[in-house]
Structures are given as structure tokens and as C-alpha cells.
Design a protein around this ligand. Structure first.
Ligand code: PSU
Ligand code: MN
Length: 332
């Protein structure tokens, strides 16, 4: 019905089958390895959902993070999709992790946090690392996966006029045609500035059954969104319309709020976030460390309540992403 304009690697497993993966100087091994299950699902056109690994390694406290990683894969399966958790192990970007791989991501000390720009370095140097939204969406797209679930996107940090801290997530999403299901952007950010950047960078945004941009831990950020969609089928229709139009080649964000019953108490949120931001300033936390620092501070400052809200958001996003992937596969 629609021609696919996706130009990523076709979903097969070897470089011989994928001429675009050819490298001239490093003949040993493919830089991207799809698990058998993910490769077979993509070959059949079956639903697949990409899952990121930074949330496991850096975003959630240990040891619970391993249980969560496993639980999220189960949620994707029950929604009808094959989960593809993505991470870099010993320089190889894995699309689809087995139990041992998930365990490494959840438990290994000193694991790096990899954005898209870090991937060539990690590959060449044989490094291990968890992938952020930026690296995960890049790799998922290369593998031919169309739907990706996470918690909250990175974005423009508060105080950005001074620090210029804007997550590389936005840069990758501005040129990667993938559908990302998330609970908005993390509320530790400057949300209005992030929404403005999403507009400027040409990233499509739709609220899922809401006209307000979600607030990650909170049901709503209070900011309006221009579009709302009501069903997984409608999300797939937007994806088909994008194919038919021939672009734009940027992401579609399906902003799926945490239910009001599972959100963090807004007053507690505001109070602890203010403390966390002050502590980050005092301690001079910068760069990649800012987001994990603030998330961790919130978990401790809310007595674990922010963690429950974060998990509720991620679970809901994985479920919805699975349903969108299923609707997409049925229609394409
Ligand atoms: N969402 C969560 N927890 C997280 C993240 C997202 O619920 O830990 C991670 C994602 O991997 C996202 C990253 O890409 O935080 C953004 O980090 P930075 O702000 O340094 O770009
Ligand atoms: Mn940053």
C-alpha cells in the first residue's frame, strides 16, 4: 500500500547480506548484531519494539533495575511485540539482548552512557555501554525497527542559556524517522524550552489521549500540545501518512502520560526537584552526569515515590509502543 522509504539496513544478520554495513578497515565482526529473535521478527514484518538501556544502567537503582529490564520485555511481549533492548557490549551494538546481556547492563560497574556520537568510539575501542535515547533510536532505525519506548526524553536543561546543556536526544530525533513513546521529557528540564526546540527541529509531537504535554513523573506538565491521537491505530496511521508524504525524516513523539492515580504528588515533586537542582549546582555536576544525578536525588528525596511514578510511566509506554508496533505491522 505504501512504499517504504526507510533506508536503514535490511533486517538480516551478516555484513554480506547488508552491503551498507561494510567497513573497509575492520573486517572482523559486524558492528551491529541483531539477536536471532529480533532479526526473524523483522524479516517476517512482525511487531518489534526497541528499548533503551541507559534507563536500566543509569536511570534506575540497583538491584531492582534487572527485574525492571526483564519486566519491560515481558510487557512488550504481552502487547504483541518482540522486545529489542539495545546496548553496546565489547564494542558490538546489540539489538536484542539475551538474559546474560541484560544482566551485564544492569550490574556491570563503570558502564558508559553512550549517545549516538559515542558509538564509533565504543565500537573501535571495544567498549561497553548503555545507550541513551539518542544512540538507541539511531541503532533501532539502522536495524529497521520503527517503534521505540522509553521513560522521558532528554531535552533542554534549566539554566541552558548559561550551560548550553541540551540533550543529544533532540539532535538524533530531528533526523531519525522513528516513533518514540515517552511520558514527555523529564520534568527536571526546562519543559517549555524543550517543546520549543522540538518545534524548531521539526520533531512531530502528539499527546496520547491528552491535549497537554505529560510531565514525566506528573500526568501533565501544564503545557499544551497541538495534536492528540486516541489509539495505537491512529499512531500507525500517522506513520503511514509520513511514508506516503515521503517525510519528514524526523521522529514522531507519542507523548503518553502516567495515569493521574500513579503520578508523583505534585507538591512533593516541586519541593524535592528544587532541592535536587540546588544540590547539582552546589556540587558542580555537569554534562552527562546531570540527568542521573537529578533522577537519583529525586528517588531518595521522595522516599522512592518518584521511582514508582517513573516505573509506571515506562511500563505504560512499553505497553503502548507494543500496541503501536502491532498496528503498524498489521497495516503495512
Ligand atoms: N528516561 C528515564 N530515565 C533515564 C533516561 C530517560 O526514565 O535515565 C535517560 C535516557 O537514556 C535519555 C538520557 O536519553 O536519560 C538523557 O540524558 P542526557 O540528558 O544526558 O542527554
Ligand atoms: Mn546533557
Amino acid at each position: 500500500m505504501f512504499t517504504r522509504f526507510h533506508e536503514g539496513i535490511p533486517p538480516s544478520r551478516t555484513r554480506r547480506q547488508n552491503p551498507r554495513m561494510r567497513t573497509t578497515h575492520r573486517p572482523a565482526g559486524d558492528p551491529i548484531r541483531l539477536s536471532d529473535e529480533v532479526a526473524e521478527a523483522l524479516e517476517r514484518g512482525a511487531p518489534v519494539v526497541a528499548l533503551e538501556s541507559t534507563i536500566i544502567s543509569h536511570g534506575l537503582p540497583r538491584p531492582r533495575n534487572l527485574d525492571v529490564a526483564t519486566e519491560l520485555e515481558g510487557i512488550a511481549r504481552r502487547a504483541g511485540a518482540v522486545p529489542a533492548t539495545i546496548a553496546v557490549l565489547d564494542g558490538v551494538a546489540h539489538v536484542g539482548l539475551d538474559r546474560a546481556g541484560l544482566k551485564r547492563i544492569a550490574t556491570e560497574p563503570g558502564l558508559r552512557k553512550l549517545g549516538a556520537r559515542d558509538l564509533p568510539l565504543a565500537a573501535a575501542l571495544g567498549a561497553c555501554g548503555a545507550t541513551t535515547v539518542s544512540a538507541t533510536s539511531f541503532l533501532a532505525d539502522r536495524a529497521g525497527i520503527r517503534v521505540f519506548a522509553t521513560g522521558g526524553l532528554g531535552g533542554v536543561h534549566r539554566g541552558w542559556t548559561g550551560t548550553q546543556d541540551e540533550s543529544a536526544d533532540l539532535d538524533t530525533l530531528s533526523r531519525t524517522p522513528i516513533t518514540v513513546v515517552c511520558a514527555g521529557v523529564k520534568s527536571i528540564l526546562d519543559v517549555p524550552a524543550t517543546l520549543q526546540r522540538l518545534e524548531t527541529r521539526g520533531i512531530s509531537v502528539a499527546g496520547f489521549r491528552t491535549g497537554e504535554f505529560p510531565g514525566f513523573y506528573l500526568h501533565s506538565s501544564g503545557e499544551p500540545v497541538d495534536w492528540r491521537i486516541e489509539s495505537p491505530r491512529e499512531a500507525a496511521e500517522v506513520m503511514w501518512a509520513r511514508e506516503a508524504l515521503g517525510g519528514p525524516r524526523s521522529a514522531l513523539i507519542v507523548a503518553n502520560p502516567v495515569p493521574p492515580s500513579e503520578q508523583l504528588d505534585p507538591a512533593l515533586h516541586d519541593r524535592v526537584l528544587a532541592e535536587a537542582l540546588a544540590a547539582a549546582g552546589r556540587e558542580g555536576v555537569t554534562g552527562q552526569d546531570v540527568t542521573p544525578f537529578l533522577l537519583d536525588h529525586l528517588v531518595r528525596g521522595t522516599g522512592g515515590a518518584s521511582l514508582e511514578a517513573n516505573l509506571a510511566a515506562v511500563r505504560g509506554n512499553v505497553r503502548l509502543a507494543g500496541r503501536i508496533a502491532a498496528a503498524w505491522s498489521r497495516g503495512s
